[in-house]
Design a protein around this ligand. Structure first.
Ligand code: NDP
Length: 488
C-alpha cells in the first residue's frame, strides 16, 4: 500500500499545506520507519480552518437532519468498505495489533456514523402548554464550530466518536489528532468529502500541544471535545474558560475491577486480561486495580499468570500477535519505571514486566504484560495512571471494604464487578463512583450506551443519543396568542 510522503492538513474540503511552513515526522512505533512528514498547523492555519468551518457550518446547519444523516450513513459504509486498509494505517501509526484494529477501531468508528446518521432526523425540542393564550417550545440548535482534540491510543475511534454526533447536530468540526497518530484523521476527511459533506464542515489540523492550545484559545470556536490525560485536560479547560466554551472532557482513569468469590473464575480472568492487556494496556478505561476476594485470590493469580505468559508479543501486523509495541520509547521508559517502582514499593511481580526483543521490529519498545500481587492501595502503581500493560492485584475480604477502597481515587472513569449474585452486583454498582460500570464483563463500549467519567475522569458523555445534548444548545421560545398585559 502506498503511503503519503507528506501528510497534509485538510481544510475547506481539500488537502492543504501549512501556512506555518513547519512540519514534523510521523514514525511507525514497531519498526521506527518514517511514515510521513506531517504539515504542522500554526496560528494562521487555525484561523483559516475557523473561517472555512464558519462557512461550512452555515450550509450544513441549514440542511434537514435527514439529509445530514444520509451523508453520515454513507461515510459509515465507506469506512466499512475500507476497514482493512484503514486498520493497517492505524496499526502503522499506533502499534496496536491488527487482530484488534478492524473491529475495535474502524468498525467502532463506522458504528458512530451509522448511529448518529440514523438519529440526525430526530433532533428536536419540546412543547410547553401555557394555557389557552400562550405556549412555548424549545429548539435544539447546533453550537457552531466544535473542535476535537484526540489522544494517540484510539485515533480513528476518537475522531469518529466526536465527529459523528457533532455533524449530526449540524455543527462544523475542526479535529486535531495526536501528533503521534495523524494519518487516519485525513483519511476520515477524504471519506466524508466522498460521502457528500460540504466543504469546510470537517477540517483536520495537525500539530503538537501548541496547535491544540491555539484551538482551545480561539474565540470563535464554540466547543472543545477533548480526549487525553487529566493534566492536559486541566490546561484545555482553563484555556476554554477564557471564552466560556462548551467542553466535553474524556480523561484518564485508574479503574477498579472487583472479583467476588462466587465469580465464574475463567470469565473473570478473561475480563482482567482484556482490562489490562488489550492494546498493550493503552486504554483509558482499563481496570488496572484488580480486587480479588481472598478465597479465590491464589487460584485467580495462577490461571491469570499462565494465560498471560502464553500471550504472543510481536509484530503488530501479524494476525497472531496479542501485544504490540508501546507508542514510543519515552512512554515505554515511563511504564518500565512504574514496574521498577512497584518492586521498590514492595509489590510482588509474578509475571512479565520485561523488555522484549521482536525480530524485524528491533526499534520497537515491546514489553511483556506485567502482573503485580501483594499490592497496597497507597502504592503509586495503584494510584497513578500507567497507561501500559501493568496489572495490580489486591485481595479483599468484604463488600463494604472493597467498595470504599475502589472509590478511594481522584478518577472515576469506569469500574467492573464480577459475581453470580445479581443483588450484590447491582448494589455494588450503585455505590461505585464511576461513569461506566460493567457487570460480569469489561471494556465493552457499544455506541448506543453513554460513555464518560465521574470526578477527574471527565465532563460530559460520548456515544448514545445523550451525546447530542453536548453538541447542541437549547433555545426557549415563548409564543403569545392573546393580548399583552401592561399595568402602565
Ligand atoms: P495528552 O493529554 O498528552 O494529549 C491529548 C491531546 O492533547 C493530543 O492531541 C495532544 O497533542 C494535545 N495537547 C497536548 N497539550 C495540549 C494543550 N496544552 N492544549 C491543547 N491540546 C494539547 O494525552 P495522550 O495523547 O498521551 O493520551 C493518553 C491519555 O488519554 C491517557 O491519560 C488516557 O487515559 C486518555 N484517554 C482518555 C480516553 C477517554 O475516553 N476518557 C480515551 C483515550 C485516552 P500531542 O499528541 O501532539 O501532544
Amino acid at each position: 500500500m502506498s503511503r503519503p510522503k507528506k501528510l497534509p492538513l485538510y481544510i475547506d474540503g481539500r488537502p492543504q499545506k501549512a501556512i506555518s511552513g513547519k512540519s514534523f515526522g510521523n514514525f511507525n512505533p514497531a519498526t521506527g520507519a518514517k511514515l510521513s512528514e506531517v504539515e504542522q498547523a500554526g496560528r494562521r492555519d487555525v484561523e483559516k480552518a475557523v473561517q472555512a468551518a464558519r462557512k461550512g457550518f452555515q450550509e450544513w446547519s441549514a440542511l434537514p437532519g435527514i439529509e445530514r444523516g444520509r451523508v453520515l450513513k454513507k461515510a459509515a459504509s465507506i469506512l466499512r468498505e475500507r476497514r482493512m486498509e484503514l486498520a493497517e494505517i492505524e496499526v502503522r501509526d499506533a502499534g496496536k495489533p491488527i487482530a484488534e484494529t478492524p473491529e475495535a477501531d474502524i468498525d467502532s468508528g463506522a458504528d458512530a456514523f451509522e448511529f448518529f446518521g440514523g438519529i440526525a432526523a430526530d433532533i428536536k425540542g419540546s412543547h410547553h402548554d401555557l394555557g389557552s393564550d400562550a405556549f412555548a417550545y424549545t429548539r435544539r440548535e447546533p453550537l457552531g464550530i466544535c473542535a476535537g482534540i484526540g489522544a494517540w491510543n484510539y485515533p480513528m475511534q476518537i475522531a469518529c466518536w466526536k465527529t459523528a454526533p457533532a455533524l449530526a447536530a449540524g455543527n462544523a468540526m475542526i479535529f486535531k489528532p495526536s501528533e503521534q497518530t495523524p494519518t487516519n484523521a485525513v483519511k476520515l476527511a477524504e471519506i466524508l468529502t466522498e460521502a457528500g459533506l460540504p466543504k469546510g464542515v470537517f477540517n483536520v489540523l495537525h500539530g503538537r500541544g501548541e496547535t491544540g492550545q491555539f484551538i482551545a484559545t480561539h474565540p470563535d470556536i464554540d466547543k472543545i471535545s477533548f480526549t487525553g490525560s487529566v493534566p492536559t485536560g486541566r490546561k484545555v479547560l482553563a484555556d476554554a474558560a477564557a471564552s466560556v466554551k462548551h467542553v466535553t472532557m474524556e480523561l484518564g482513569g485508574k479503574s477498579p475491577l472487583i472479583v467476588f468469590e462466587d465469580s465464574q473464575i475463567h470469565n473473570a480472568v478473561s475480563a482482567a486480561m482484556n482490562a489490562n492487556f488489550y492494546t498493550q494496556g493503552e486504554i483509558c478505561s482499563n481496570g488496572t486495580r484488580v480486587y480479588v476476594h481472598e478465597d479465590i485470590h491464589d487460584a485467580f493469580v495462577a490461571i491469570l499468570k499462565s494465560r498471560a505468559e502464553a500471550m504472543v508479543i510481536g509484530d503488530p501486523m501479524d494476525q497472531g500477535t496479542h501485544v504490540g509495541p508501546l507508542i514510543n520509547a519515552d512512554h515505554f521508559e515511563k511504564v518500565m519505571e512504574y514496574v521498577r517502582l512497584g518492586i521498590e514499593e514492595g509489590a510482588h511481580l509474578v509475571s512479565g514486566g520485561e523488555k522484549i526483543a521482536v525480530e524485524g521490529c528491533e526499534k520497537g519498545s515491546f514489553m511483556s504484560p506485567a502482573i503485580f500481587t501483594a499490592c497496597q492501595d497507597d502504592m503509586r502503581i495503584c494510584r497513578e495512571e500507567i497507561f501500559g500493560p501493568v496489572m495490580s492485584i489486591m485481595s479483599f475480604r468484604d463488600e463494604e471494604e472493597v467498595v470504599n477502597r475502589a472509590n478511594d481515587t481522584e478518577f472515576g472513569l469506569a469500574a467492573g464487578v464480577f459475581t453470580q449474585n445479581l443483588a450484590r452486583a447491582h448494589r455494588v454498582v450503585g455505590k461505585l463512583r464511576a461513569g461506566t460500570c460493567w457487570i460480569n464483563n469489561y471494556n465493552l463500549t457499544p455506541v448506543g450506551v453513554p460513555f464518560g467519567g465521574y470526578k477527574q475522569s471527565g465532563i460530559g458523555r460520548e456515544n448514545a443519543a445523550v451525546a447530542l445534548d453536548h453538541f447542541t444548545q437549547l433555545k426557549s421560545v415563548y409564543v403569545e396568542l392573546g393580548d399583552v398585559e401592561c399595568g402602565y
